[in-house]
Design a binder for this molecule. Structure first.
Ligand code: UT7
Length: 357
């Protein structure tokens, strides 16, 4: 039976770093509050577009897989912060990579987006429609940060991660998955005014950034991520003791801890990098995959569980068996352009638009 295995991985994190102490200079918050309530210490602020970060991450993933862009037959860019409504961000990624002609689409399931993309890509390969698929999670959430709202402004950051999925006859790849969404709770986490419901020109700035009922999203995320993670392990025919690594969406370290407890996993089996990047939505999991492999946290044949939760309210989980290669076939020197702007300078347009509390 044809399966889909991850053969390449990569990331692109913008260099400008905004620390909790930086934030405390403009927002009524503190490093102590942010660290203890979320686990976040700093986040990256991008000076380039989502497609630029996505393409650099993709170059690294292609090199790790030993492929060139013309080998790809499908590009899925998972993002809720697209460069433009049309054409898609995926079209720009395809153009930058030079993967002319291959199918390309954006997928928006917010923070659950990468797992949605992983499952869609896997099933396209299993169906025989595609054989070499690039899946990118890339976000520029800093564009939407309203620094007058301390309950959201401290949480999010920018970045991109990518994987290559390839067809294989080996018994590896996604073993079981679950995708879901509760549309009746969609107002709990929203950026509404950039769609056709409104524009920034006519909108109240207070409603123009990320608007979130943090406590309610937290409550639902804690139970849903753990429950769905347990279900995909059970559905894959494995037991919780077979799980080698949990790579969860990085929204809040307390949500990660609760998910790990539900899976009865010791901390050594949980990948956490929220301290460095905050919540980069669809990018968190592919960035974490790249870092986990680079850090030797993924063994050949490892059973990895992914779980995520986000706007929609969407959720997703997958149990995956890694293939036999954890070394990159090759490396790429692709990098984002340098910038002499600080993160504080990069967020100034937000402060000009939204104001400060
Ligand atoms: O990835 C997509 C999904 N998103 C999430 O999963 C986010 C889920 N939610 C959360 O992670 C948490 O709810 C937050 C981190 C957003 C908030 O943490 P919390 O422990 O739920 O805090 P809270 O909303 O209950 O607020 C507690 C207090 C409030 O003050 P009072 O009313 O007790 O005086 C807030 O005003 O903390 C205050 N507060 C802050 N204080 C300092 C809220 N944000 C901040 C802040 N700095 N940045």
């Amino acid at each position: 039976m044809t399966n889909a295995t991850i053969t390449g991985w990569g990331k692109a994190m913008p260099p400008a770093t905004l620390s909790n102490d930086d934030l405390a200079k403009i927002v009524k918050t503190s490093d102590e509050w942010i660290t203890t309530r979320t686990g976040i210490k700093e986040r990256r602020i991008s000076h380039v577009d989502v497609s630029d970060m996505a393409a650099v991450a993709a170059h690294h993933a292609l090199a790790a897989a030993g492929l060139v862009a013309s080998d790809l037959d499908l590009i899925i860019v998972c993002t809720c912060t697209a460069d433009s409504t049309i054409p898609s961000t995926a079209s720009r990624v395809q153009e930058i990579l030079g993967a002319t002609g291959c199918a390309a689409l954006d997928l928006n399931a917010a923070c659950s987006g990468f797992i949605y993309g992983l499952v869609v890509g896997t099933n396209m390969i299993k169906a025989g429609t595609n054989s070499k698929v690039l899946i990118v999670g890339a976000e520029k959430l800093s564009y939407h940060l309203n620094f007058a709202d301390r309950s959201t402004a401290v949480l999010f950051g920018d970045g991109a991660g990518a994987v290559i999925l390839e067809a294989t006859e080996d018994d590896v790849g996604v073993l079981a998955s679950e995708l879901g969404l509760d549309g009746d709770a969609r107002d709990l986490l929203a950026i509404e005014v950039t769609g056709t419901k409104g524009t920034r020109q006519s909108a109240d700035p207070a409603q123009s950034g990320i608007v979130m009922n943090g406590q309610e999203v937290f409550r639902r995320a804690v139970t849903t991520m753990g429950d769905s993670a347990v279900r995909v392990v059970e559905e894959s025919g494995l037991s919780l003791g077979d799980v080698d690594l949990l790579i969860p969406h990085q929204a809040n370290s307390r949500i990660i801890d609760a998910t790990a407890r539900r899976l009865k996993l010791e901390p050594a089996k949980v990948f956490v990098n929220i301290g460095s990047y905050g919540n980069t939505s669809a990018a968190t999991i592919p960035v974490a995959i790249a870092e986990a492999v680079e850090q030797g946290r993924v063994e050949p044949g490892a059973v990895i569980v992914f779980a995520a939760f986000g706007a929609g309210l969407s959720w997703a989980a997958a149990a995956l068996k890694w293939g036999d290669r954890v070394e990159p076939v090759s490396t790429s020197d692709a990098a984002l352009p340098t910038t002499d702007k600080t993160a504080m300078e990069l967020i100034q347009p937000n402060i000009d638009f939204f104001g400060l509390a």
